[in-house]
Every structure is written in C-alpha cells, then in structure tokens.
Design a binder for this molecule. Sequence first.
Ligand code: PLP
Length: 428
Amino acid sequence: MSETTEARVLRVLRQYAEHLNPGWVRGFKFLGVETLEVEASGAIIRDAYGRDYLDFACGPAVFIVGHRHPRVVEAARRELDRMPLSVRIMPNESMGELAELLAEVTPGDLQYVFFCNSGAEANEGALKLARAATGRPGVVATIGAFHGKTLGALSVSGREQYRTPFAPLLPGVVHVPFGDAAALAAALTPQTGAVILEPIQGENGVVVPPDGYLRAVRALCDRAGALLILDEVQTGMGRTGTMWACEREGAVPDILTASKGLGGGIAPVGAFIARPHLWTTLTQHPYMHTTTFGNRLGWAASIATIRVIQEEGLLPRATAIGDRLMAGLRTAAAASPGVVTGVRGRGCLVGVEFADPDVAFLVLAGMVQRRVLAFHGINRPEVIRFAPPLVATDAQVDRAVTAFSEALVEAQGLLGEMAAAAEARTTT
Ligand code: PLP
C-alpha cells in the first residue's frame, strides 16, 4: 500500500527531528507548516497536500524572478545537459560571460569577480581581499548587521546572541550604529582596512538609513584610506528597484558582494567584485583564494536572471510592487494602532515592525493559515519581512495584504482572549 500524505509528512518530520534539528521541527509546528514543499512556479509554492501558498518570503529573499522562471530554467538546463560543473583547469563560457556582465551592471569601475557559493563566502573573500590590499587588519561594521555565519562573516555581523558562543571572533572589528555617519567617522583609525555594511539592513528588520548615508560613508572611507565593502547579498539583483541599492546614492564601493538572487532561484551562486587595483594579490598568486566548485549551471542561471531583470522591466516593477504592498500594509496597520510600530522598505524589501515579537509570530502563523508566506528577519524577530519576487502580480500583492490584515485582527483577538483568561485566573 502506498504511503499516505500524512505518513510522508510525519516520516520527514521524524527525520528532521532525529537527524537535522528538533528545534526546526518545533518552528514548523508553531508556524503551522507541518507539510512538505513539493513544487513551485512564479510566486506560488505547492505543498504535499496540493495546497498553493503565495511566496512573499522567497526563502530568505532569494527567488528574485520567482520560482523556476522559464528563461532561467532553460539556461540552467542547457548547462545541465552539457556540463553543469566546471573542471576548473579549462576555461568555460558561462564563467567568462557572467564576470563580464557583472562588471557591466555593477557601478563604477568594479571589474574583477570571484565566484563562490553563498553570501557568507562572498563576504569572507571580500574581507580577505581588503586585508591583503591595505595591509590593515581593522574593520568597522554596523550593529544589527547580517553578513553570514562563517567565522569571518560572523565577526562583522551584529547580533550578540549569534556571536557569543563562538568567541573570540576576528580581532580588530568594531561595531557602530547603522545609519550614523558621525559614529563611523569616530571609529575609523589608521588601522582600519575596511568598512563593511549593507545599503539597507535586511535581516535586522529592513532598516533603511537616512538619505546621503552611503555617500557620507564613501567620503569617510576615502579620507581614512579604508576600503568600502557593500554587502548587496540581499539588496542586490534589483530587489530594491535598482540593480544594486547603492546606485540610488551614486555611492560606488571598492568591493561589492552578491548572492541570494544572483543564482536566479535555481542554484546557489555568490560573488565578490572589486576595483582592478585591489586584485593585485590575487593576480600575483592566482591560487591565493580558491573554492572547489565551478557552478556552470548556476552561472548560466545568473546570466539569464540578469537578462530577465533587464528585459522584462523588473526594476520599475520592484518599485511598483513595493509601493502597493507598503500602502496596503500601512492601511492595515493603521487599524491596529500601537501594535504595528512601523512599515518601511524599498522596492521588494519591506519590513513591518511590531511592538511585541510574539504578535509578529502570531501574525506570521495566521498568514500561513491563509496560505501566504512571509518571515521575520533573523536578527529582529519583531519585524516581519516581505520579500516578494519581482514577478508578483498586483492581485498577488493584494492577496498578501488581505492575509496580513486578517491575521493581524485575529492575533489581536487571540491576545485579548488570553489576557482576559489570565485576568479571570487571578481574580478567582
Ligand atoms: N549578507 C546578507 C546581507 C544577508 O542577508 C545574508 C543572508 O541572509 C548573508 C550575507 C549570508 O548569506 P548566506 O546565508 O548565503 O551565507
């Protein structure tokens, strides 16, 4: 007899609990996703019970052109059928073409690219390059930042809870408040080799800095002789309405890191790209910084993804989606004063901040019941992050807003009932 869907789900949850992490299983239960993701297309994910979910989380802001965009799938399939991984001792067309294309679509004179497999790896490489190029060990990072969880990337990330068990981390790193150019200026010393920050802090709950911040940071770095590393892992590839978020201020970094959307939702691809004079160490010693896998399939997907973003008008679409989404969320939030403390973002990167993280979680769970997915930033559980794909329709945006609005009302009702029950217990 074939296994029922319930039995399949239970088997997988047991495997997760016994061999991956029981904490994840608790999370699935709280959120109400005791099911299996099975297939996906565009902004829709289908589960093992055949139910469709609207994906406005996009994983952690990954699926920039939606799930399995046909042009991206086609490009990846071509490499799958020919040679998905590079042998590394011969050149290949996908890697060359993607490097040239990235140099073309990134600002200023960013020119040389190193490909890797994740955002953390991209930031590790950028930090190493900055050290080698400047000979200075110091790094200034920002409080609340998220740059990944390998040791180097964690050292410049800014949530103590994730850092403390792994101390001591990289020496010479100081953290300053994000968005505060004066604090950054005060932290720069002759030993500072690099400043690393996100143009908008994604995992810290979509924190948008004041206008002019990136330009001021650029000027401060120039004055101090420090390199500016902009982590566009989350904000890049069109998510905020320009191909890279730094374009909005015309601030050109010395090193830019990318990942997430870069693989087009088909494969993990990371990259750091730098100005040519910084590449000297890697040019003199071409095997100074290396990685095993040459992901031809992913690079082909990346090329197709950039073309899709450019040719299907997805940059203005990101802005239109974000404006419609934020307007809807603000209207919904206004009906619950004091519960939601802010709606902010740019393009398809939107955060809704709650006074109480438990309410944020209840709202997320209520949205899941209505088959709409969003998630909180990893460093700020009180902020729900919406990261819809740039191919979302207006109707899908409206569906997400309705789900949020209903879940918010329901969460408040639930909390009211719990408070009443608690009061009844104390008075009897
Ligand atoms: N940098 C930023 C801005 C991110 O948002 C993330 C992941 O959320 C990373 C780096 C780390 O990327 P990965 O998880 O692929 O290592």
